[in-house]
Structures are given as C-alpha cells and as structure tokens.
Design a protein around this ligand. Structure first.
Ligand code: DP6
Length: 335
C-alpha cells in the first residue's frame, strides 16, 4: 500500500497591524497589508495521511487539556476544503486522516487558526510531495480561509501583502527571529469561545463609517511599523501597535450591528499598561477579535510584567512568547 504521510509544526503569530475586512471572500484577499510577529511557544502539530484505507476524510483535534475528538464545526469544513484543494493539485484521489494538536488550551481564547491552518497546509504539501517555495506556500495557506495563517509560514517579523489577485497576495519575511528580542505576554481575560467569530467581523467591517478612515490610516501604520522594525525604535513600534488596535476596535464597535469584543478587565488592563509606562515599565497593548490583551514588550521586561499581572483581578492565565521560527516539516514518509 502506498503511504503519503507527513507532519508539520506551525507557530501562531500576533498582528502589529491588523487584517480586518476582505475584498474577496472566496480567495481571502484582504483590504490592507498586515505585519506580524511570529510566536515561539504557541504552536500546532499536525499529521496528515492520505490513503485508500480512508473511506472519507477524518479530522481529529486535541489540545493541552483535551484528548483527540473528531471535528465537526465550521473549522472542519475549511479543513475539508483545503484537503480537496491540495489533493487535486497533486492529482491524488485518496481521502486523508488529519490529526492536529495544539500545545495550548484551544478554548483559552488564543487564536489557533493561524497555527492550525499553517500546519495543515504544510503537512498536506509534504504528504502529497508538492514542492513549492515559501511564497507559494503562503498563498496556498491563505486559500484555506484563515488569513492570519498566511503569515505563520515564516518566522520573525512578517508582512502579508494585500495583493490584487491570488498570486499577488502573499506573505514574506521582513526580518528573522534573531532581529529583535521582543516578547508577547498574553493576558487571558476570557477563556470561553468568542460570540462573534473573525469571519463575522470581517464581513461587517465595511458597514462601519470608520472603515474608510481606518484603511487610510493603516497605510501610514504599515510604513511606520517597517521604519520602527528597521531601526528597532520600540516607542514608535508600540505607539503604532496601539493605534492599530484602537482603529480595528473602533471599526468593530461602529459596525452594523456593532461588535464589542472587550470586557471590563480588558479596559482595566489598557489603563494599567498606560500607568506602568508612566512609571517607566514599557509595554504596548494589542487585541485581536477578542477580549484578551497581548502586551508587546522588550524581553528584558518580561519578568516584571508577568509578576505585575499574575495577581491582576480578572486575568485568568498568562502566556509568554518570544519571537519564533516559521512552519517546519517534522516527518515525511513517501513510499
Ligand atoms: C483580528 O480570518 O485570520 O486577528 O481565522 O479567526 O484566525 P481567524 O481569523 P482571520 O482574522 C484575523 C483577524 C485578526 C487580525 C490579524 O491577525 O491580522
């Protein structure tokens, strides 16, 4: 029996400038460029095996707290689409078994689709022996429907070019993981699944009267982020990261109907971060489509910030990440 099997490990990432809103839903073409930092301690390990022994596709998901269970929801639909897309590309007819494990609690409110879809795509490409360069891999990852996964192909600091069509919408590495010793301290304020998925948020973004202003502002934000990354200007980087976050959330709060992703603790932390900055402990806050706060700081501040927030009322869990490497293949059997 032929065996087409491979495993990949892929990191999550945190966006400094945010992908919010799409030009094309089918192709996941975003309305703007986005820039992110790849994370080192939060990742997904995925094994994919194609073979005649499978009468249909099976997707097994587990995390640091739960045993593997068969997936059913919308994520499963995106996984099945991606299997079909890549199987066709390779001219393979067999179904596959996918076993995917997150090394963190999936329900902890930390985005898992960036690492998940990046690992899935890489493992499928290796199992099917489809050889592509990183740029093509980022394009194929994007087509799975999780835009943020596009950036998790690379380590370090990454830019996803908006593009005008599928071929020109890809990610590239700006700097590798050794460029700048930054950290992301994730303060979990809510571990339940969010009520409004990013999918809904993207769709609603165009209904906000602030969206036009955001799309103009993000052009400048991306330029400033690139300047800050190049010159390692932490204050500039942090200020733009916060402007971006407020701009994204101004759009969600003014979409029709509005989406308020923040909870009370989110606001308390935003004030605290300002207070700490005034006292000389420098970190800047960003949020994705949820209430958990990501503090971006220089690694020398990790211990102090971790200690400070460990007994902060409403903070349920803390994850510390530094700059990580991109997706990699851990095993490949082709015979
Ligand atoms: C706010 O469509 O990539 O995190 O599939 O839910 O991860 P998921 O979302 P995706 O949108 C991400 C939106 C964001 C900003 C960003 O990561 O750029």
């Amino acid at each position: 029996m032929s065996k087409l099997k491979a495993s990949a490990i892929a990191p999550s990432n945190i966006a400094f400038s945010k992908y919010w809103g799409k030009i094309d839903d089918e192709l996941t073409l975003p309305l703007n460029d986005s820039i992110s930092m790849t994370l080192d301690t939060i990742f997904t390990h995925t094994t994919v095996e194609f073979g005649p022994q499978y009468a249909k596709n099976e997707v097994w998901l587990s995390d640091s707290k739960t045993k593997a269970t068969l997936a059913k929801d919308q994520k499963q639909a995106r996984v099945l689409q991606q299997l079909k897309r890549l199987r066709r590309l390779a001219g393979v007819k067999d179904f596959a078994k996918v076993v995917s494990h997150n090394n963190f609690p999936t329900g902890a409110g930390i985005a898992s689709s960036a690492s998940g879809f990046s690992a899935l795509t890489a493992a499928c490409l290796a199992a099917l022996n489809i050889q592509v360069d990183k740029k093509q891999q980022s394009i194929l990852t994007r087509l799975a429907g999780s835009g943020s996964a596009t950036r998790s192909v690379y380590g370090g600091f990454v830019k996803w070019h908006q593009g005008k069509n599928s071929e020109s919408s890809y990610a590239e590495q700006l700097y590798d993981q050794d460029h700048w010793d930054l950290a992301n301290i994730i303060l979990v304020t809510e571990s339940a699944a969010k009520k409004h998925s990013s999918l809904i948020g993207h769709a609603r973004s165009k209904s906000s009267p602030f969206m036009v202003a955001r799309l103009k502002a993000v052009l400048q934000h991306n330029q400033d982020l690139e300047t800050a990354l190049k010159s390692k200007d932490f204050q500039l980087l942090g200020q733009v990261i916060e402007q971006e976050m407020f701009s994204l959330h101004a759009v969600t709060m003014t979409s029709q109907p509005p989406i308020l992703y923040w909870n009370g603790t989110t606001v308390e932390i935003l004030h605290e971060v300002r207070k700490l900055r005034d006292q000389g402990l420098e970190s800047y806050a960003t949020l994705d489509a949820g209430p958990n706060v990501h503090l971006i700081t220089e690694s020398s501040n990790i211990k102090k910030l971790q200690k400070h927030f460990s007994d902060f009322v409403g903070v349920k869990q803390i994850f510390v990440c530094k700059v990580g490497k991109g997706v990699k293949i851990t095993k490949q059997h082709l015979f």
